[in-house]
Design a protein around this ligand. Structure first.
Ligand code: SAJ
Length: 427
């Protein structure tokens, strides 16, 4: 039996030892799911606090996440999952899954330093035939570069991009089809591995197609979001209600317009179009324009706020503006690339005193009425469930000026006595 056949056998019988590099939103759920499937899993992270949390069986990500906190406690209790910051733990690995951040830098170029460091540290310990499965989102052509840098004969490199969304991580890993970008033997090994957790279809292709697929599926969503946002701007300009127009469009069975919003946050959508474009020799005008539209939205909502403050005869300089929802989207504590941050900057530049309130984010939660006492404007930036039940008449009594800017159509129809601006609601 060849080394590769033996490795495939060990994967199928779950005797293979799995090491997961990077215990974040992608790596930790994957580590827990493989441990839960019966594998011995060692997680490696450079953040000691993350390592300690996992070994203390304390779920370090969003506490709202279903299934995984309890599952992690169980597999850690059974000794199937441990964590360390020592890459030496890779010495007896059969499978290495790499799930470290692959951001873009200020000039929107890929910054793969964490990925190269992880692979450099890992490969120095690896011995026999090993499958290295990369889950981090890659710019097209990266796997070819990595093969040249790390593709020892006994290493089998596969690209298996993650398709997880916070709030449904376990379900995604079990039920969402996955793409595997790998050549022959690595593809067979990756299929054997991921079929132990993923019960949906696994689609094998070449690494380049898989890299383009992952970046493009998020770039596609970015364009869809830009369309919804530009439609909101069009409706404001024409004096229409985008939420009604959107609803009417979506009565067409083969159309679905996403919801307009104050911008596009999160770790994936704002970044992946730039990864897709990073190696191009042509201009991808549509993708660039979509990014510009989505990045404009927080500024547009800030301008709506300034306009409403003036209408309410509130002094903009020193106006207290409370942004409701600093998380990047509804019902999560995740603030990564939140549109609220760009909105805050624009309002501060205009002289406002900007504060945050978010029931999901430590440091910004507490009592809503206290948070809004004396405020001149409230701006709804995330569509948290809690915000749909706000009693605006009660809130209005504690505010200094009754200005409400609604970027998520949460408080429509406009509460009485308020100067209201709703994204996509033309005057
Ligand atoms: N947003 C809107 N209107 C919408 C939907 C989203 O303004 O109708 C905003 C959100 O508020 C947020 C941003 O867009 O600021 C991104 O939200 P998202 O729903 O796309 O969620 P993400 O960032 O968690 O994206 C992930 C992606 N998953 C992966 O990269 C594996 C994306 O591919 C998924 O489509 C998305 O989850 C999802 O569908 O939940």
């Amino acid at each position: 039996m060849s080394e590769t056949d033996e490795l495939e056998q060990r994967i199928k019988t779950k005797e293979a030892k799995i090491v997961v590099i990077g215990l974040g939103y992608v790596g930790l759920p994957q580590a827990v799911m493989f441990a839960n499937a019966g594998f011995q899993v060692m997680g490696i992270d450079i953040c000691e606090a993350r390592v300690s949390a996992v070994n203390a069986k304390c779920w370090p990500l969003d506490p709202q996440e279903p299934e995984l906190p309890a599952m992690m406690q169980e597999v850690a209790h059974l000794g199937k999952l441990r964590a360390t910051s020592d890459f030496g733990a890779c010495h007896d690995a059969d499978v290495v899954i790499v799930a470290v951040p692959t951001p873009v830098d200020e000039s929107r170029q890929p910054d793969f330093s964490a990925l190269v460091d992880a692979l450099t540290n890992t490969c120095s310990y690896l011995s026999s035939s090993v499958l290295i499965a990369i889950e981090s989102t890659l710019a097209p052509g990266t796997m070819s570069d990595l093969a040249a840098m790390f593709g020892e004969p006994s290493f089998h490199l596969a690209y298996c991009p993650e398709r997880v969304t916070p709030g449904a991580l376990a379900h995604n890993l079990r039920q969402v089809p996955r793409v595997i970008g790998a050549d022959s033997e690595a593809a067979i090994l990756a299929m054997a591995l991921y079929s132990q957790v993923c019960k949906a279809s696994l689609y094998v292709t070449d690494p380049l197609s898989a890299e383009i697929c992952k970046c493009a599926e998020n770039a596609y969503r970015d364009v869809q979001l830009a369309f919804a946002n530009e439609l909101a701007l069009v409706c404001e300009d024409l004096g229409a209600d985008v939420w009604q127009v959107r609803q009417l469009i979506n009565t067409c069975p083969w159309r679905y317009v996403l919801r307009p919003g104050p911008g596009v946050g999160g770790a994936c959508i704002p970044k992946d179009p730039w990864l897709l474009m990073s190696g191009l020799s042509i201009e991808a005008d549509l993708l660039t324009a979509a990014r510009a539209t989505n990045d404009w939205m927080p500024h547009h909502v800030a301008d709506l706020t300034l306009e409403a403050l003036r209408e309410a005869k509130a002094l903009v300089g020193g106006a207290i503006v409370v942004i409701l929802g600093v998380a990047y989207k509804e019902n999560t504590s995740d603030m990564r690339n939140s549109p609220a941050l760009a909105m805050m900057e624009r309002l501060i530049k205009a002289g406002c005193d900007v504060r945050f309130y978010d029931p999901f984010v430590d440091g910004y939660n507490g009592d809503l009425l206290t948070a809004l006492a004396g405020a001149d404007a409230a701006v709804i930036c995330a569509g948290h469930d809690d915000f749909y039940g706000i009693d605006w008449q009660e809130v209005g009594q504690v505010m200094r000026h009754k200005v409400l800017v609604d970027a998520r159509n949460v408080a429509w129809p406009a509460p009485r006595e308020f100067v209201y601006r709703g994204l996509g609601h033309g005057k």
